[in-house]
Design a binder for this molecule. Structure first.
Ligand code: APR
Length: 285
């Protein structure tokens, strides 16, 4: 179902208002960070990074066979995300969390993005289900800095030697056990349950209990969005998807809002906040 742009804001406004004190679940993907200068994977933007190399190099087996190549590839492709700033769509979702909780409702934001922009914008009820580019972790089983719970902040690592001259000796290592460090992200040959930080139980609970699901900037290509989509369809939960891409309708029952997230979300949040303040002034009188 495709919504015309004239009424996309109205439909989103109605759906969000209608959650009331229920559970509002938002799922974001790469499209929300495009306006912050981070290319998508499968979008129409000229720098979209999707290619065979992502499937081959974004894997644990590639890291094991060639840790120098793996770190070099990550640093060249994904390190730039750490320098970026949130855009108005990230800020609007942080505002949405406070708005929903402020009226006694439940809220969670599940992002597939490894950039740090939702937390920089102020989101707190946040699940980074694919991990985080600003952290690394040890690969040695049993190490406190390894899965299932450990990780270290990227800015504690000195990568200058490796970046100047990539070599095995210059690879970042764990300060506890001297094991190799890896990216703290979910690779294509790994499971959502690999690390507690991915909060998979919370994700399944959100999919099972959501009263409204709002998808933003995702092409529904991987397992986590399939989980939400299947649950929305099975339980007849209202689901909306903000995505200006032409092939964006993931299912006939998902209301497609073909708008840019950074344009649609701030306007809707302003209306919702205004509605709340006018409701409060009505109740005072
Ligand atoms: N606002 C909203 N959506 C947008 C915008 C925008 N301004 N610009 C582009 N989009 C849409 C694109 O049309 C596309 O459908 O965002 C979507 C991004 O899709 P993908 O690049 O496939 O990103 P995502 O769904 O997050 O990918 C899922 O796949 O490769 C893996 O691990 C990676 O987390 C990633 C996962």
């Amino acid at each position: 179902m495709i919504e015309t742009s004239a009424s996309a804001e109205d439909r989103l406004f109605q759906a969000l208002s209608g959650v009331g004190a229920g559970y509002l679940v938002v799922v974001t993907g790469a499209g929300i960070s495009l306006a912050s200068g981070i290319p998508t994977f499968r979008g129409n933007d000229p720098d979209a990074v999707w290619s065979k190399s992502v499937m081959e190099m974004g894997t644990r087996s590639y890291f094991i066979s060639d840790p120098i190549g793996s770190w070099s590839w990550y640093l060249s492709r994904f390190d730039q995300v750490l320098e970026k700033q949130p855009n108005p769509a990230h800020t609007a979702l942080a505002r949405m969390e406070r708005w929903q909780q402020g009226r006694g409702g439940e809220f969670v934001l599940v992002t597939q993005n490894v950039d740090p922009l939702h937390e920089r914008a102020g989101s707190e009820a946040l699940v980074k289900v694919h991990g985080s580019a600003d952290r690394a972790r040890c690969i040695k089983d049993g190490c406190v800095n390894a899965a299932p719970s450990g990780s270290v902040a990227r800015d504690t690592l000195d990568l200058t030697r490796f970046m100047a001259e990539p070599s095995r000796e210059a690879l970042p290592r764990c300060t506890v056990c001297n094991g190799l460090l890896r990216q703290h992200v979910l690779w294509f040959d790994e499971y959502y349950q690999e690390h507690n930080d991915y909060q998979w139980e919370r994700v399944m609970d959100a999919a099972a209990r959501a009263d409204v699901m709002l998808f933003v900037g995702t092409s529904f290509a991987v397992g986590v969005t399939s989980l939400f989509l299947e649950s929305a369809i099975k339980r007849s939960v209202p689901a909306l998807s903000i995505d200006p891409g032409v092939d964006a309708t993931p299912h006939p029952l998902v209301l497609s809002l073909p708008e840019k997230a950074e344009e649609l979300l701030p306007g809707v949040m302003a209306r919702l906040d205004n509605q709340e303040s006018s409701d409060q002034s009505m109740s005072i009188r």
